[in-house]
Each structure stands twice: as structure tokens, then as C-alpha cells.
Design a binder for this molecule. Structure first.
Ligand SMILES: C[S@@+](CC[C@H](N)C(=O)[O-])C[C@H]1O[C@@H](n2cnc3c(N)ncnc32)[C@H](O)[C@@H]1O
Length: 250
């Protein structure tokens, strides 16, 4: 079970405001290339693919075949339907894929939704070809950095939620170790998001599309919005860089 219901309204909001513009993802493209070593014709499982932002990117960047596995029908309906991308119902604990059929697994902002990490690790290992990597794009408990994570400078409560409720790198590695996959790399990767003014314009939609922002009280939400308003008045055109971890297991 996900932490929130990814219903039609959430899926539409996610599509509208949570997909990072492709030109803000160049460091991710480079990092993924280094660890996945992609070549056209390879198949990757995008697990918890959401609205398909990364499925589209993997297909466009590297010419890969992407199997976009997503449990929410509403999110799945937003995945681009085009050659090279197949949208499939399933979740990390039950992948609709044959044994040894994929050259890599990608999980972006998914692992904190997975109820049984060890079971998911075994299932992911089952569908991977020997030696194929698992790549996770994620914020982890214990690696919270409010100065480099957007929009935590306005919402420190979210940093606390991650610390209190997300798995740590160690917990994820322990779960994957039970499936025979070991930590291969851990690096922080920057991504360029919207301008502050653009964020303020869309913050109400963003709140609906983000698990952690939905966990804020009305008072916390409005307090952060006021801080954001002041920041926009001072430097509204500034963009913000966000840093997330890339954890690679193999
Ligand atoms: C924050 S969204 C991330 C979507 C996409 N990966 C991205 O980065 O744009 C989390 C997604 O994980 C999916 N999800 C929730 N529980 C899951 C599970 N147990 N296995 C796989 N995906 C899951 C949700 O339905 C949702 O689409």
C-alpha cells in the first residue's frame, strides 16, 4: 500500500507539477549512463513508474525498452503510450515479468512506499539478469540535507518526516543483501527544478501531489507558503537545485 492514494486527482496533479523538466535532469542522465551502461535494445523495469517521466527519459536518452510497472491505475493511465514503453499493472513485491528478463531496475521515489523491502528485493532480483543493477533515486533517512533539498528550506517538517519514516541506506542495503544484491555505489545527484516564483504559482497543486506535503497541517503549509512568498519577493526568478541520492545495488 502506498502512503497516499494515487487516485485520478493526485495523478493529474503529479503529472502537472511533479515531473522534473527534462533539461533539469542532465546529471541524472550522466549518472544513470555510468552505472547502467545502457545500449539500445536493453530492457529496463521502471518500478513504481508513476506518470512515466523516467520511462520517457530512459527511452529518449538511451533508446531502451522500458517496462513501466505501476500499481495505481490512475498513475498508469498517465504513462506515455508509445513505442518502447509498456505500462504494466504490478508492484515491487509482485512484478508481472519473467525470471531473468531485464537488464536493470529503476525505482525513483518509490522505496518508502514499499511495505516489505526484503520481499521486494527478492522479487526484483528474480526478474534481473545476473549482474544487472538496481538503481534507486531517493531521499533516505539519515542523509537529510535541508539546504540542498527543495522545498525543505520552507518546510523543515518534511525533513523530519523523512528522518522518522523513510528507510535508511543501511536498511535498504540489508534487505537487498538477503536477495544477494550488494551496494555498488552511492552518490548525490543534483537536479534543477522550477523557479521559486513558479513553485509559488503551483504550490497548491504540488501539495496535493506530494506525499510529504500532504502530511503537513494547514498551519505548517501556510507558514511555509509565507516563507516562500517572501523568498519570491527577494529572488523570485531564481531556480533551485535539489539533491537526491542514487543508490546502486548489484
Ligand atoms: C512519488 S511517486 C514516483 C513516481 C515516479 N517513479 C517518479 O519518480 O516520477 C511513487 C509511485 O510509487 C508507486 N507505488 C506505491 N507503492 C508501490 C509499490 N509497493 N511498488 C511499486 N510502486 C509503488 C505509487 O503508485 C506512485 O506512482
Amino acid at each position: 500500500m502506498a502512503r497516499i492514494s494515487y487516485d485520478d486527482q493526485t495523478a493529474a496533479a503529479f503529472k502537472a507539477v511533479r515531473e522534473i523538466p527534462r533539461d533539469g535532469l542532465e546529471h541524472w542522465r550522466d549518472a544513470i549512463r555510468r552505472h547502467l551502461d545502457p545500449s539500445p535494445g536493453m530492457t529496463v523495469a521502471d518500478i513504481g513508474a508513476g506518470t512515466g517521466a523516467f520511462a520517457g527519459a530512459f527511452s529518449d536518452w538511451f533508446g531502451l525498452r522500458v517496462l513501466a510497472v505501476e500499481p495505481s491505475a490512475a498513475m498508469r493511465a498517465q504513462i506515455p503510450r508509445r513505442a518502447g514503453i509498456e505500462a504494466l499493472a504490478g508492484d515491487a513485491g509482485a512484478l508481472p515479468l519473467p525470471d531473468g528478463s531485464v537488464d536493470g531496475a529503476w525505482l525513483s521515489l518509490v522505496i518508502h512506499h514499499v511495505p516489505d523491502l526484503a520481499a521486494a528485493a527478492r522479487e526484483i532480483r528474480r526478474v534481473l539478469r545476473p549482474g544487472a543493477p538496481v538503481l534507486l533515486r531517493q531521499g533516505f533517512a539519515g542523509r537529510v540535507d535541508t539546504t540542498h533539498t527543495f522545498p525543505w528550506e520552507f518546510y523543515p517538517e518534511i525533513a523530519q518526516m523523512v528522518t522518522d519514516t523513510y528507510p535508511s541506506v543501511e536498511q535498504v542495503c540489508e534487505a537487498f543483501a538477503t536477495a544477494g544484491l550488494r551496494r555498488d555505489a552511492l552518490e548525490r545527484v543534483p537536479e534543477t527544478l522550477t523557479s521559486l516564483a513558479g513553485f509559488l504559482d503551483r504550490i497548491d497543486t504540488f501539495r496535493h501531489a506530494d506525499t510529504n506535503m500532504r502530511g503537513l497541517t494547514e498551519e505548517e503549509f501556510l507558514r511555509g507558503k509565507e516563507l516562500l512568498r517572501r523568498a519570491v519577493a527577494e529572488h523570485g526568478a531564481e531556480t533551485r537545485t535539489n539533491w537526491l541520492d542514487l543508490l546502486v545495488l548489484r
